[in-house]
Design a protein around this ligand. Structure first.
Ligand code: CAA
Length: 247
């Protein structure tokens, strides 16, 4: 069988990198996207190569519709039709609502939610026409339960799952599954940026496992959703949060 092609947005760090490594181990051709102007992508590709992983890299502003359309065309021309899209790119602009400005709201909504529309729009017709596809939207426990200081992020992450459910219905008979995963607090740069006293006193005590998650644990879940065995899983929101929030 020809190798399938997977695109992981925000693929060069944190969860994205772990997802790229896992999918490459499953014999996908993997394209990691980074934001325009990212000067570290050549170094990252070289570092990954040393570890035995050959990835492709494309720059795309996931918040911008035209940039996504252009990047997808480039990937299709240079690598091949896209079978898997992992909408992983995301940012935080944490502030209490009293201090949050429109600029903080817009940045998070554009990067974390508009991006899901922009990238899915660019790949979906192709998946449907080939009768096989996987879209995985990387949401958050904070989209399920809310988080202090994250009205913007929680809204965008909750919005992702509404998108997942609606689109899953539309393409259920076309061989394309659409799912959300909702990781809890994982030991990435984003989480380590939380003030240490907040992490230690307010967040870790809420996690029954008593620790942060590992990026590889989340990557394992993404890998399952990309597999043939997961063909019957669609429109789901799968929690992976150490027991922090149970629905
Ligand atoms: N729950 C309840 N109260 C909290 C709280 C929490 N999680 N965090 C802060 N507070 C309280 C503080 O104790 C403080 O109370 P007092 O005034 O009574 O002392 C009050 O809120 C103000 O707190 P700060 O001084 O910290 O206010 P600030 O304006 O400097 O910072 C903040 C506010 C930016 C929200 C900061 O508290 C923060 O960064 N919190 C962490 C937010 C968070 O969890 N982000 C998740 C990022 S990781 C991620 O998003 C990945 C993922 O998907 C899981």
């Amino acid at each position: 069988m020809t190798q399938r092609v997977a695109v992981v947005t925000g693929g060069m760090g944190g969860l994205g990198e772990a997802i790229c490594i896992k999918l490459s181990g499953m014999d996908f051709k993997v394209i990691a996207t980074s934001s325009p102007g990212n000067t570290k992508s050549a170094d990252w590709l070289a570092e990954m190569k040393k570890l035995g992983h050959t990835f492709h890299a494309v720059q795309v502003d996931v918040a911008d519709f035209d940039s996504c359309a252009k990047a997808v065309k480039q990937i299709e021309a240079e690598v091949g039709p896209i079978d898997v899209l992992v909408n992983n790119a995301g940012i935080t602009r944490d502030k209490t609502f009293a201090k949050m400005g429109k600029v903080d709201w817009d940045a998070v909504m554009h990067t974390n939610l508009d991006s899901v529309f922009n990238m899915s729009k660019a790949v979906l017709d192709g998946m449907v026409s080939r009768a096989w596809g996987r879209v995985i939207n990387v949401s958050s426990v904070n989209g399920q339960k809310g988080a202090f200081g994250q009205t913007n992020y929680s809204a965008a992450k909750a919005g992702m799952h509404g998108f997942t459910k609606a689109l899953a219905l539309e393409v259920a008979r076309k061989g394309v599954t659409i799912n959300t995963i909702s990781p809890g607090y994982i030991g990435t740069k984003m989480v380590m940026a939380i003030p240490k006293e907040v992490l230690d006193s307010k967040i870790i005590p809420q996690i029954p496992l008593g620790r942060l998650g590992k990026p590889e644990e989340v990557a394992g879940l993404v890998a399952y959703l990309c597999s043939e065995e997961a063909a019957f899983v669609t429109g789901a929101n799968i929690a992976i949060n150490g027991g922090q929030h149970m629905q």
